[in-house]
Design a protein around this ligand. Sequence first.
Ligand SMILES: Nc1ncnc2c1ncn2[C@@H]1O[C@H](COP(=O)(O)OP(=O)(O)OP(=O)(O)O)[C@@H](O)[C@H]1O
Length: 294
Amino acid sequence: MSTPAAEHAPGRPEADGFAARTRGLTKAYGSGETTVLALDSVDVDIARGRFTAVMGPSGSGKSTLMHCLAGLDSVSAGQVWLGNTEITGLKDGELTRLRRDRIGFMFQSFNLIPTLNAVENITLPMDIAGQKPDQKWLDQVIDTLGLRDRLRHRPAQLSGGQQQRVACARALASRPELIFADEPTGNLDSRAGLEVLGFLREAVDELGQTVVMVTHDPGAAAHSDLVLFLGDGRIVDEMARPTAEAVLERMRLFSGGPSQTPESDTNHAASDGAVPPGAVPPGGDSADGTPDQD
Ligand SMILES: Nc1ncnc2c1ncn2[C@@H]1O[C@H](COP(=O)(O)OP(=O)(O)OP(=O)(O)O)[C@@H](O)[C@H]1O
């Protein structure tokens, strides 16, 4: 559990510091009796040049953590840094610039502009920001993602997986310090989902990017270097060099279910990408879905 994530890929240099950090990060919604403590004094270190997955039951605070890390949401207490910049306390305009210049986003819905072709979509955020793409980097991203022969196609002329690759390239184009991916495979079939995870992995291994991904899918989390498990707004565990089986087992313990990892369950969870932690299929062959008792 305390194994450094760097061991995931032998031969790669040690992570060069932290792309983001939080200390005592607390986020409460509402007030008085209706207050919801979405994050409760969370300390997180996101290693630079690594792929970190964030998992946890529905309502555990995953999206809130990502939004606070990305400066999309204000915090109630505590501090957040992007690199060496403390973002807690920045004004809205400064946060907007910081997000534009230093962070890439990938969401479930690709948010591609239908009237623009692939390359125009990829460079759109930079065009809006008045920045010129680094052509060498852009070429590397396009080739890594296998989009070279699709650049003049509009989104409607691309498959779902290709559209997600364009969204991935768009997130990478400005070479952001940090990429946030929120359930990036959620709307894809398992093959396209695997492709996207492979590309995120390559972005880390070959392009040196830092990725933080929120997911419910143990199979998706297995592509990361380190899984952070959230529960009730706190980091309750972490797992370096995760496998789908180990993550599923961890979630099963987490949700109070039986501690078994039959292969059939694991394969199911890894391939359909839709197993919420609280609804992990029970062990054994129970046709009625009742957990088997040892
Ligand atoms: N804008 C809001 N107003 C009030 N409560 C909120 C708001 N956003 C989130 N919450 C609450 O904060 C808690 C954490 O929510 P969050 O969306 O971060 O969880 P999550 O782990 O991402 O869940 P899911 O997996 O279902 O997306 C939940 O109890 C949620 O109801």
